[in-house]
Design a protein around this ligand. Structure first.
Ligand code: CU
Length: 70
């Protein structure tokens, strides 16, 4: 499955790495793609739990403002 998120607060490649690392720490996450300019974070994996994903990003210091599950 795929989740398309919009994440506020990322301003540089360090932020991108922080969000990416946080997401790869979540069970089921297989791939993460982040585009800094559009704040788009695409997560693919199996049995992804929206709340767990949001929490991981929040704990890394960023805000999820949109979630779209495909
Ligand atoms: Cu940064």
């Amino acid at each position: 499955m795929k989740m398309k998120l919009k994440v506020e607060g990322m301003s540089c490649q360090h932020c991108v790495m922080a969000v990416s690392n946080a997401l790869f720490g979540v069970d089921g996450v297989e791939n993460v793609q982040i585009r800094l300019d559009s704040k788009a974070v695409d997560v693919t994996g199996t049995e992804l739990a929206e709340e767990t994903i949001k929490e991981a990003i929040y704990e890394a210091g960023y805000d999820v403002v949109e979630v779209e599950v495909e």
